[in-house]
Write a protein that binds this ligand. Structure first.
Ligand code: PBG
Length: 326
């Protein structure tokens, strides 16, 4: 056997050394916690396909946020479950300041002025068609939808949103939202664009949580084809030119290469959305005793950091914060 001068194992010989040479870290302040809300009082309904994640009535959501704030979580991305009777073709309820979403956003900001809220801009939770844009004869109308998205973003900014998160994938929406916000003196409200959002099967549990699945057709004319990565650079180029403050890749786990692609080719912060189906897979396997949920959580979040994510939206946020406390 030849003499070995290079022995990479020396840098793995103890926990202290391993920690010293660790290249990537996940911190609680990197994380955004997506939370679900519903009408009512004193309600917390667990989402069947997302063990540990609940849909809360506004009063209980405030309690949940208080607990998370104590754990060091500072940023939340709320999503509303809207009663079927309030949905229509034009997502009118999304602009109602007294409606569930905007009223609750304002209340969270009143109770927790330092909490950062990222609000969701897309029509699907409020649309009787369950699509992110206006449907006309089976077609999703791009430019007419921009009007709705601009008004929705403005109403959210008026309710106190800190970051607007357009998740709809219409062309030109970042520029349009930026222009509407700026012309109403909301120049300080940020935009985190869902830059590369793929037409994915991993959204299933989220659509269960909100009851927002498309009533007909799929989202392939606006969300990206999972087979493409260079196309993500076109979307990124446009979002940057249109004034986005953050670029996001969604889903994250099956798209780590796309996160890396955006990180290597752009200079804006890159976010990864560790989505509902990714969470559900881990929890389902853990419930069967097939995987260790905590280990997988840490490994999954690290993989996103390694790929280049600065920010991670994840349903594991609270669990991760609890893990860091102990
Ligand atoms: C829709 C939206 C979706 C998610 C966030 N916003 C699903 C979809 O496009 O149908 C999914 C998030 C998740 O799965 O965790 N505007």
């Amino acid at each position: 056997m030849d003499h070995l001068t290079r022995r990479p194992r020396r840098n793995r010989k103890s926990e202290v050394i391993r920690n010293m040479v660790q290249e990537n870290h996940v911190a609680v302040h990197d994380l955004i916690f997506p939370v679900f809300m519903m009408e009512g009082t004193n309600l917390a309904v667990e989402i069947a396909s997302m063990p540990g994640i609940y849909r809360y009535s506004p009063d209980r959501l405030l309690e949940e946020i208080a607990q998370c704030v104590d754990l060091g979580i500072k940023t939340f991305a709320p999503f509303p479950q809207i009663d079927e009777g309030k949905k229509d073709r034009f997502a009118s309820e999304s602009k109602n300041p007294e409606g569930l979403y905007l009223r609750t956003i304002a209340e969270i900001k009143r109770n927790f002025p330092d909490v950062v809220l990222m609000t969701d801009v897309a029509m699907d939770p409020y649309s009787s068609d369950g699509h992110d844009g206006i449907v006309d004869n089976g077609e999703i109308l791009n430019d007419a939808t921009l009007e709705v998205l601009g008004q929705m973003a403005l109403a959210q900014a008026q309710a106190g949103a800190d970051i607007i998160g357009p998740s709809d994938m219409m062309d030109g929406r970042v520029a349009h939202i930026r222009q509407v916000l700026d012309s109403h003196a909301f120049t300080n409200v940020s935009i985190m664009s869902y830059t590369a959002k793929y037409a994915s099967g991993f959204y299933g549990p989220f659509r269960d949580a909100l009851g927002s699945a498309p009533k007909h057709g799929d989202k392939k004319t606006y969300q990206m084809n999972p087979a493409n990565s260079r196309e993500a650079l076109i979307e990124a180029e446009l979002d940057i030119a249109e004034g986005a403050d953050f670029l996001m890749v969604k889903p994250a786990l099956a798209y780590l290469d796309v996160i890396k692609l955006l990180k290597d080719n752009t200079n804006l912060p890159v976010a990864a959305y560790n989505i509902s189906g990714e969470y559900a897979m881990v929890k389902a396997a853990a419930q069967n005793g097939w995987l260790d949920s905590e280990k997988i959580m840490l490994e999954v979040l690290l993989s996103m950091k390694r790929a280049g994510a600065d920010v991670i939206l994840t349903y594991f946020a609270k669990e991760f914060a609890q893990y860091m406390k102990k």
